[in-house]
Write a new protein. Structure first.
Length: 463
């Protein structure tokens, strides 16, 4: 058994600190760009629909290229793949800075540039999510994961605030800051050299801990940071029972999360009501409750707070998720898991409605923080429950379904919010999303009573 090393020893490891600093720099840059782009697009068109289309443009490259990017991350030096991808992001941010400096009126070039940025991002994510297993000393991956989550949370809070202040100075400044921070990340990641004993030709993508880090790339939903914590909690619960299955688990870890894997997982999920209920509840709740995509419109039209206020509203989501992360790290949920999950999703809907009806910035800030906190609780329970009710032999396929469709629902939810906002108006669209989320909770309690009755997490996965 590998000896557990301290946090200080881990940070003194040659490659760990450059990796974490690169992650902070690139994530802050991405958060700045997302916040500034939403404000810029809405200032240009005043249309909620364009905010939804922006989310699709950011997501489409990763979705369409996911089988290619994973293969590239397996076949080539991940540091170089990440640096090249970050270089593409630098180029895209520079193009945005130049185009916005011309005081444009057409949004099509912005969407095209965002797609270019998304292509770079699509290669960065699988490469960087695989690197912790390459650089961490034996037995230190859980601690490195905790550091990575903490860095992401700090970036999710700091980035939007910086974006708001820079945008007030000049709309081009946020994108210039993105260029600088991303370039710093591209350089630093080169110093995250893999350990000599981890350099294996054709090394597969990392396992559950590392693969779950792809969820950290979803800047639209801070609650998904809890996926990592939840999966760690599941591993802790099932540690002893999973030990005899290391061989089959290792084989599963080598399977790539492709559409083929996802479709094979459908049969397993369909036969397990708890799995189907937990995954579909999250999917439909996020699909209807994607109000965060409309924050630029809410800040401008309903709150009248401008770019600085928008930055703080986006940061509120990160603050809510961070508070829940700390609370659940100290005292994980152990009893009444099913009812707590449903109540958390219902509260997510309630606070979404509050966000849609208020014209007060303080109430809106608190609503975003609380809806993100409630979302984080449900994500934690889902990400703990799913591995523990899934047979070990099918875990890779089930996680493929969860990863593809939960990830897709985030961006489709943003698009749905944009369409609803264009048809109903911003406030009504947000309220509609919250009411629909509560409706989903009520329907799912009746459709999946086994999930509602869940008390304790299972002690181990089924054989």
């Amino acid at each position: 058994m590998a000896e557990t090393i301290s946090a200080k020893q881990l940070l003194r490891t040659r490659s760990v600190t450059p990796f974490l600093l690169a992650s902070v720099a690139s994530t802050i840059a991405t958060m700045i760009q997302i916040t500034a782009l939403g404000k810029q697009i809405y200032d240009m068109t005043g249309r909620d629909l364009d905010l939804g289309l922006l989310g699709l443009a950011e997501f489409a490259p990763a979705f369409l290229l996911m089988t290619v990017t994973g293969s590239v991350a397996d076949r080539f030096d991940r540091r170089h793949v990440a640096s090249i991808g970050l270089g593409v992001e630098v180029l895209a941010s520079g193009m945005l800075a130049w185009y916005i400096a011309t005081q444009p009126t057409a949004t099509l070039p912005i969407f095209v540039i965002v797609i270019i940025f998304g292509i770079g991002r699509a290669f960065v994510s699988p490469a960087t999510r695989s690197m912790p297993a390459d650089i961490a000393p034996d037995g230190s991956i859980p601690r490195l994961t905790a550091f990575h989550v903490g860095c992401w949370q700090a970036s999710a809070i700091v980035g939007p605030v910086i974006a708001g202040f820079l945008f007030v100075v000049s709309p081009t400044w946020p994108f210039i800051a993105c260029m600088v921070l991303t370039a710093v990340g591209a350089v630093l990641i080169q110093f995250a050299r893999p350990r000599p004993d981890r350099i294996t030709p054709g090394n597969a993508l990392a396992g559950d801990h590392e693969a779950s880090m792809i969820d950290l790339g979803d800047e639209m939903r801070p609650a998904e940071m809890l996926d990592v914590l939840g999966e760690q909690n599941a591993d802790h619960i099932a540690h002893k029972s999973l030990t005899p299955n290391l061989t089959s688990n290792a084989a599963n870890k080598k399977k790539k999360r492709t559409f083929h894997e996802a479709f094979e997982g459908f049969r397993v999920i369909r036969r397990n009501p708890a799995l189907l209920g937990a995954i579909s509840l999250d999917l439909f709740a996020v699909l209807f409750g994607g109000a965060v995509a409309l924050l630029p419109a809410i800040a401008e039209n309903r709150l009248g707070v401008g770019a600085v206020g928008l930055g703080w509203l986006r940061a509120a989501g990160g603050i809510g998720a961070a508070v829940v992360t700390i609370a659940l790290s100290l005292r994980p949920i152990q009893r009444r898991t099913g009812p707590i999950m449903f109540i958390a999703v219902a509260l997510f809907g309630v606070f979404t409605i509050t966000l849609g009806v208020t014209h007060n910035f303080a109430i809106a800030f608190l609503s975003v923080m609380l809806l993100s906190a409630a979302d984080s609780v449900s994500v934690f329970i889902r990400s703990t429950l799913v591995p523990l009710v899934t047979p070990s032999s099918a875990r890779g396929r089930v996680m493929a379904v969860e990863g593809v469709f939960i990830g897709a629902s985030n961006e489709l939810g943003a698009f749905e919010s944009g369409v609803a906002g264009q048809l109903l108006g911003t406030g009504r669209a947000v309220v509609f999303g919250g009411v629909a989320t509560i409706g989903v909770v009520i329907c799912w309690i009746m459709l999946f009573p086994v999930l509602w009755r869940y008390d304790r997490f299972p002690d181990h996965p089924p054989d």
